[in-house]
Design a binder for this molecule. Structure first.
Ligand SMILES: NC(=O)c1ccc[n+]([C@@H]2O[C@H](COP(=O)([O-])OP(=O)(O)OC[C@H]3O[C@@H](n4cnc5c(N)ncnc54)[C@H](O)[C@@H]3O)[C@@H](O)[C@H]2O)c1
Ligand SMILES: [Zn+2]
Ligand SMILES: [Zn+2]
Length: 383
């Protein structure tokens, strides 16, 4: 089959790789109809992880079941399904607790597995024609047959659920004010989720104009951090007050004001967003941090950053009594409910999708999404 293969920093290629096969009675083979490119893929693409050449990317996968092993009971050939980016068993201690992002079965020696991602186990990515899905009854979320809502459903594999997770970690409630840092796909989904949960005011901070425009289109207030300190801008709009809640949808590759849209080590300040959020949120508030932080970053700006050690204003956090939550999204906690909001017409997350292209266009799409140019905000590949 054809698949998107990582070659070296800033280069992927579409190449032939072996077709996946049923390895275990609980496996299914899914023919991919949609697989999205994620900001998380960019960390590998830019050489900012331990990913080695040859890995097939793609953890946001959706398609039609092509074949099932004899142990698969509820999913059938022909079913339309979307898979959480987390590969999970459903029966380990963490899965039983609902923490499917921290499954201890699928990636021995580590809590958490994913398709097509460095350190997340042997699972081949789905930016390809076919995908092997283990524990298929557990990992395949059934969808209505047909082609309706394809782009909305594809976002259930990761970013709609991850954005919602950011709002959940921050405990966003009706009537609250929230500052979301980052208007990438995750930040936009976090802002959208806060609005779905009834937040009264949502501010979205970024400096890529097309992304800020999308935030404004859903009813959030765009804040450009190149113009002035974003915390000061939001406090001014709120009569000097901070916000009830804050969400970091940027992660460790955060850049300072005035940097190029594509970022890069020379412009990075990995602790800037966390410290701004500690400043931003009112006493007794809460932070949700779905943005990625890594324990090892070969391109880190200094010795601390290379091992994920960041300097935080923890004294201020303590003084304000701010709580926080972080980590991989446990997609299965949310995907069925968010699917049903899409089916009922109450949610349409595909407003974030900017480009839908063939698998062959992946190298060009990676490059443009990475540079954040030409409006590339969220790309769906259709193999
Ligand atoms: N927790 C999870 O399960 C999970 C899942 C998916 C993605 N992620 C992570 O979420 C983060 C966002 O993902 P994405 O796909 O939206 O990525 P993205 O790279 O497309 O978006 C990041 C955005 O942050 C903006 N930004 C950079 N510095 C900033 C700053 N100082 N202040 C405000 N905005 C700033 C960028 O301009 C960009 O638009 C990434 O770190 C990704 O790895 C986590
Ligand atoms: Zn993703
Ligand atoms: Zn498990």
């Amino acid at each position: 089959m054809r698949a998107v293969v990582y070659k070296k920093p800033f280069e992927v290629a579409v190449e032939s790789v072996p077709d996946p096969t049923i390895q275990h009675p609980n496996d299914a083979i899914v023919k991919i109809t949609s697989s999205c490119i994620c900001g998380s893929d960019l960390h590998m693409y830019e050489g900012r992880t331990a990913a080695t050449p040859g890995i097939v990317f793609g953890h946001e996968n959706m398609g039609i079941i092509q074949e099932v092993g004899p142990g698969v009971k509820d999913r059938k050939v022909g079913d339309r399904v979307v898979m959480p980016f987390n590969v999970a068993c459903g029966f380990c201690k963490n899965c039983l607790g609902g923490f499917t992002g921290f499954c201890t079965t699928v990636n021995p020696g580590f809590a958490g597995g994913a398709y097509g991602y460095v350190s997340m186990g042997p699972w081949v990515g789905g930016q390809a024609e076919y995908l092997q899905v283990p524990f298929a009854d557990f990992n395949c979320l059934p969808l209505p047959a047909g082609t309706e809502h394809e782009a909305d459903f594809a976002l259930l594999a990761d970013i709609f659920c991850t954005g919602y997770h950011g709002a959940e970690l921050a405990g966003v409630k009706p009537g609250e004010s929230v500052a979301v840092f980052g208007a990438g796909p995750v930040g936009l989904m976090a802002a959208y989720s806060c609005l779905l949960r009834g937040a009264a005011e949502v501010y979205v901070v970024d400096h890529v104009q097309e992304r800020l425009d999308k935030a404004e289109s859903i009813g959030a207030t765009p804040i450009n951090y190149d113009v002035a300190d974003p915390v000061a801008q939001i406090k001014e709009l709120r009569g000097g007050e901070g916000t009830d809640k804050g969400i970091d949808a940027v992660g460790y590759q955060a850049t300072k004001a005035g940097s190029s849209a594509s970022g890069g080590e020379q412009d990075e300040v990995p602790n800037i967003v966390l410290n701004q959020l500690i400043d931003m949120v009112n006493p007794t508030g809460a932070l949700g941090i779905p943005g990625l932080y890594v324990p090892s970053d070969p391109g880190g700006v200094d010795a601390g950053a290379k091992k994920g050690a960041l300097s935080l204003n923890f004294g201020k956090l303590f003084e304000k009594g701010i709580s926080l939550g972080t980590g991989q999204c446990n997609v299965k906690q949310y995907n069925a409910h968010l699917r049903d909001l899409i089916i009922s017409g109450k949610a349409k997350p595909s407003f974030v999708v900017s480009n839908e292209v063939s698998l062959d266009a992946a190298p060009d799409a990676y490059s443009k999404f990475d540079k954040r140019i030409e409006g590339y905000t969220k790309v769906i590949l259709h193999p």
